[in-house]
Design a protein around this ligand. Structure first.
Ligand SMILES: [Zn+2]
Ligand SMILES: [Zn+2]
Length: 115
């Protein structure tokens, strides 16, 4: 499992953590951790940078969950199921891996969702 990479950019607006394991530097989106539609603020602490796939097909499709406070206290859950369980969760200094069967089941779903 690759380490969660922290990337920063010259602009403070984009100096934030990207999705764990993501290698995309193109089509980056500014995501509000607490959605604007749910009353989330426009502060940098409520914003992170995600590639288009992780943003639209991941977070906003419900298979990736991003919570916490940017940039140092974000938590990403990948392979999120309807019941809220996730295949793997990355937080500051933590990696929580789900059972192997849940992992396989969710990876198949994520693969099918990819363009
Ligand atoms: Zn978003
Ligand atoms: Zn990505």
């Amino acid at each position: 499992m690759s380490a969660w990479r922290a990337r920063t950019a010259s602009s403070p607006a984009t100096a934030a953590l990207y999705a764990p394991g993501c290698t995309s530097f193109r089509n980056l989106h500014d995501h509000h951790i607490v959605f604007r539609s749910a009353g989330g603020s426009n502060d940098l602490a409520n914003r992170t940078t995600l590639c288009a796939w992780h943003h639209l097909r991941g977070v906003h499709a419900g298979v990736v969950r991003c919570t916490g406070v940017a940039p140092d206290a974000l938590r990403f859950a990948l392979g999120v199921r309807r019941d809220g369980a996730a295949v793997v969760v990355y937080g500051a200094g933590e990696v929580v891996v789900a059972s192997e069967s849940l992992r396989r089941e969710n990876l198949r779903k994520v693969d099918r969702a990819r363009p």
